[in-house]
Design a protein around this ligand. Structure first.
Ligand code: ZN
Length: 182
């Protein structure tokens, strides 16, 4: 069994505009700006043997203001720019669809775990939002939140200032776990 790192897309891997205290997902390829600073950090996580899975809620598809073709173009660019990404899983539904995959539901995590044979209770979740921490809690994964206005007050395992600190913490936790089982 392998371990995964589940990474939220908006606000972590790409920039997200903020409007009325909410993050707004890019709707066009031209607005899709990738945070290339994460590239060496993803490389380190990958080198530690972790499977890199991106997850994203994109209800704009269900609501009709985000075109699937445009989203596919953004994701092609993301995977080309950050080739350490092993997979990218998407929830295209809205709250009213009551799907199992819209975070804070853990459906995207369990789907990826099945596909990639990941041991979820030793995997990691990185985000700047409470929804991912809640989904992590549901599958007993370790959640590491990047401090932001969206981390909420529900359970999370760690809050750290930036992606670099999060990557260091994951490598540290993984090394500690490996020395316990050795
Ligand atoms: Zn869904």
């Amino acid at each position: 069994m392998k371990l995964g790192v589940f990474i939220e897309r908006d606000g972590v891997l790409n920039q997200a505009r903020v409007e009325r205290q909410h993050q707004v997902s890019p709707l066009m390829l031209e607005e899709f700006k990738i945070n290339m600073g994460v590239a060496p950090l993803l490389k380190k996580l990958k080198a530690a043997g972790l499977t890199i899975i991106v997850t994203t809620n994109q209800p704009g598809i269900s609501r009709g203001y985000l075109m699937r073709r445009e989203l596919d173009r953004m994701h092609d660019l993301l995977r080309k720019s950050l080739p350490m990404i092993d997979d990218l899983l998407l929830c295209a539904h809205d709250d009213t669809d009551h799907c199992p995959c819209r975070k804070p539901n853990p459906g995207l995590f369990t789907e990826a775990a099945f596909k990639w044979r990941l041991k979820l209770d030793h995997s990691f979740v990185i985000s700047d939002k409470w929804q991912d921490a809640e989904a992590a809690r549901a599958v007993v994964a370790t959640s590491l939140l990047i401090n932001s206005p969206w981390i909420g007050t529900a359970h999370h395992d760690f809050v750290l200032p930036d992606f670099s600190a999060v990557a260091d913490k994951i490598l540290q936790l993984q090394a500690a776990a490996a020395s316990v089982t050795a």
